[in-house]
Design a protein around this ligand. Sequence first.
Ligand code: PLP
Length: 386
Amino acid sequence: MTSTDLNRHDPAGTDPAEAHLDAAVATVDLAAFRRNVELLVATAAPAEVMLAVKANAYGHGMLPISLTALEAGATALAVLEVSAGLELRAAGIGVPLFAWLHGRDTDFKAAAESKIDVGVSAVWQLEAIAKSGARVPARVHLKIDTGLSRNGASAEDWPELVTTALHLESQGFLEVYGAWSHLADASTSDDEIALAKFTIAVEVAESLGATFEKLHLAASSAGLRMPKARFDYVRFGIAAFGISPFDDVDGQGLGLEAPMTLSAPVIAVSDLDAGHGWFGGLEYDLAEPARLALVAAGFGDGVQSPAADTAEVLLGGERRRIVSLGVDRMLVDADDLTVAAGDTVVLFGSAERGEPTAEQWAAHADSIGDEIVSSVAPRVPRRYIN
Ligand SMILES: *Cc1c(COP(=O)(O)O)cnc(C)c1O
């Protein structure tokens, strides 16, 4: 049957025979991830690694990634919200957990009682902690804003944050345990200024009577390139997922591997006439007759539509253009390829295997690799190997 027949009979691509075909899958190679973490642990030493597993571990799956990171030498996990920390505790993870994004409904009582350290950037958060009714003191890390202005106490507000925390500590509500900040990673000179601000803030706090068990400032970028910013913990995130935080080198250049491979099966292949038409519910415009593969992945799976105009996928061993993108499907140029339904298309994966990478997709989407991997939709099953 030619594509035109196919389209005539099935313009919406709703052939029930498709139903049994698999959809997109994200395969996560835990061994590759483990090697990345081992490399980062060795790089940061003697600082420890607090691995950032926010955003469902940048789309890779929080729990398997957390367990693997700990096997590989990370000694703490950074989780964004208290609720995510509670999930890790419920799964039996006992290492220090750090949560720093709080709303009015954050459960500080559960945080304290589950020994989840909390990052604190404002007096209202200290007050909420004191009022939470927890049976044990909350362990807090005070945050100074060093330029990112995302949150954190400004230099003016910092002394009040510190003295309020010390007062509540003396009343048994909390323990002042750490001081921290987050770098904007805008440029080396910005990071130098931020580091200086951080150091001054710590001195100010100490002059007010605080003692800190742990200091932490660096994420992937400064953790790799700014040794003096490593302090006690480096909160590595994206580098552990094989993606470079820098513009001048990619993950592979840093010796990192991409743990995630996003792939999808070919559903149908058809030789189409020139002109405008439909195949599998997707619109195409062909200047010349062409062979197209209908592939089971679309923007509903997190494929970035801005990238799709120029990004390429790996089909039949070759890099091929995306001709059209829909919610659940895409059309890929399959000219001169011997491919058939059931063949696998790799959207992004490992540079070592010659696959397009999330970083290359990011370049096509005018985005960053973090967003490409984190955007893989929840409906896409994560399959863990190794
Ligand atoms: C996201 C985040 C990290 C990790 O950052 P990367 O650049 O991905 O390494 C560390 N700390 C905080 C506070 C973060 O929000």
